[in-house]
Ligand binder design. Structure first.
Ligand SMILES: Cc1cc2nc3c(=O)[nH]c(=O)nc-3n(C[C@H](O)[C@H](O)[C@H](O)COP(=O)(O)OP(=O)(O)OC[C@H]3O[C@@H](n4cnc5c(N)ncnc54)[C@H](O)[C@@H]3O)c2cc1C
Length: 381
């Protein structure tokens, strides 16, 4: 059954991506998780298949598709067995390169977007700082105007792809004013003097993803690396928030259905007290609830995606989709662990990893509390 807003073309793409994920990513998930790293060749291979540029115009090496093609990719990546791999690829295509596409100059698109789509340069988005996460306006990294560019001082933390990135789309303050004024974006490149990776952070989940703490010490960034208008960076942040949150919801929907399949298969195959555990009512009911949870997550997310895709103001629906699916997908993993008993707790089955990976959802891309604040305003409170 094809569910709107997707059509037949998207389902063909879905099949191709699912095959790629099953053959080329999933078999390596354990190895990459243990190594706390996945190879850059994943980006190269995905570029070769056209998957890093599905929504981007052909003139930049993209496939000339749209948001729905990327949505299919993100949903299917949930099956790769490593939230870290999905996160690294997702950060590149979903949050770091969209601002370049929307706000970049022709020169910036050639220098950054084209190689990013081609898998030759890996991108990161650097907004969060040690003392400013949800409160984006509180960032302190400062770019002082000098002849021919800016001198940047400060730090960023929790940055996905932060260790490997060839360039970081970096939020900086360009005035001393408080609030949202005076935010700007600079393209900071690996190798710029004074720019360094201070630390590769250890995490609860997303092990294969490199999460970095970045340091900027008197980094000279030339004028041609200013992305968008000076002091108008807040618009750039806002422009991609809805898409980022939709991507997170889509990834969780993919995970919820995968976990449901795992739980059903296990409940059929494992016996206790003389019958398959799925024939015990409490397990059967838990799985029935899991099926509803996945279906409800998909319905709320696809509705938000359709509205967003059609160009409506979908802040309320996107926020609801993000809020509903993130905690739910963690619950789905927890229920699967319970159904699998001791096996669910073992590394071998990948479900404990799913739980650790999915725990990030209610935190990243705007926390559940921030989603509720946004909804409160939308509701008029
Ligand atoms: C693995 C990982 C990868 C990440 N990748 C990136 C990345 O690539 N780029 C990037 O820029 N950032 C990234 N982040 C950062 C992420 O976006 C932030 O962690 C998130 O926005 C929350 O900010 P914080 O951690 O500073 O928490 P805080 O903002 O300090 O919040 C702490 C707690 O207070 C609550 N809180 C805050 N304000 C309010 C309020 N007004 N009302 C009620 N409760 C409130 C929060 O909901 C939370 O529960 C990543 C984070 C992680 C963990």
């Amino acid at each position: 059954m094809i569910a709107p807003p997707f059509g037949e073309e998207h389902e063909d793409l879905r099949e191709a991506i699912a095959r790629f994920v099953a053959r080329e990513l999933r078999p390596h998930a354990d190895e990459w998780e243990d190594a706390r790293w996945f190879p850059n060749s994943v980006f190269e291979r995905m570029a070769e298949l056209g998957y890093l540029g599905l929504k981007y115009p052909e003139e930049y090496g993209g496939q000339g598709g749209d948001y729905l093609h990327d949505a299919v990719l993100v949903e299917e990546l949930a099956g790769c067995g490593s939230g870290g791999v999905a996160a690294g690829v997702g950060a590149h295509i979903g949050i770091a390169t969209p601002p370049l596409w929307k706000f970049g100059t022709a020169d910036q698109k050639q220098r950054f977007l084209v190689p990013a789509i081609g898998g030759a340069k890996i991108a990161a988005l650097g907004i969060t700082e040690p003392n400013a996460g949800s409160d984006v306006a509180g960032i302190k990294t400062f770019a002082k105007r000098v002849d021919g560019g800016y001198v940047v001082n400060g730090s960023k933390t929790f940055i996905t792809n932060g260790v490997r990135a060839d360039f970081v789309v970096t939020a900086v303050k360009t005035t001393q004013e408080g609030g949202h004024h005076g935010l700007s974006f600079l393209l900071v490149e690996k190798g710029m003097e004074g720019f360094s990776v201070a630390k590769k952070l250890e995490k609860m989940g997303w092990h294969a993803s490199d999460t970095g703490e970045l340091a900027f010490q008197d980094v000279f960034v030339p004028d041609e690396n200013l992305l968008g208008e000076e002091n108008k960076g807040f618009y750039l942040i806002m422009a991609n928030f809805q898409w980022e949150r939709l991507l997170m919801a889509l990834g969780s929907v993919g995970s919820m259905f995968n976990l449901l399949d795992t739980a059903i298969a296990y409940a059929k195959e494992r016996s206790a007290f003389g019958r398959p555990i799925g024939r015990h009512q409490s397990i059967r009911h838990k799985i029935a609830e899991m099926a509803v949870r996945a279906e409800a997550g998909r319905a709320i997310t696809y509705n938000a995606l359709r509205l967003f895709y059609e160009g409506h103001d979908a802040i309320k629906e996107v926020t609801m989709a993000k809020l509903k699916t993130q905690r739910d997908s963690f619950q789905q993993a927890d229920d699967t662990i319970q159904i699998m008993g001791g096996a669910g707790y073992m590394k071998e089955y990948g479900v404990e990893r799913a739980a650790r990976d999915l725990r990030l959802g209610p935190i990243g891309g705007g926390t559940d509390e921030i989603m509720k604040e946004i909804l409160g305003k939308q509701i008029g409170l």
